[in-house]
Ligand binder design. Structure first.
Ligand code: ZN
Length: 100
């Protein structure tokens, strides 16, 4: 399908916003990894304050939420196909539209 210059610009603008949201969600996940990896099995505490039993369910809810969000967000603005694992695609693998 052929798009006008104006539409192509709009797709790039939309993709910039999609990518920004994706970065925020990825950043949040990385921040959440910190308490997760510092969990102390012998004391059963995370960061010395929170019980692991309380943190783990919250962690999984957030991770699943982030995955669902990514799956819905990380799509081509033109053809709506999932963009795959690359965080920096220049083109849509499906319709070939320039994303950046
Ligand atoms: Zn596409």
């Amino acid at each position: 399908m052929e798009y006008t210059e104006r539409q192509k610009q709009e797709f790039k603008r939309q993709f910039a916003s999609i990518r920004r949201k994706q970065m925020v969600v990825s950043g949040l996940l990385i921040i959440l990894m910190i308490p997760y990896v510092t969990a102390n099995e012998s004391t059963g505490m995370v960061l010395g304050t929170y019980p692991i039993a309380m943190v783990v369910p919250v962690f999984f809810v957030v991770v699943i939420g982030a995955l669902v969000f990514s799956f819905r967000n990380w799509r081509c603005p033109a053809c709506n196909k999932y963009l795959g694992r690359s965080l920096n695609p220049h083109y849509c693998w499906k319709c070939g539209i320039a994303l950046r």
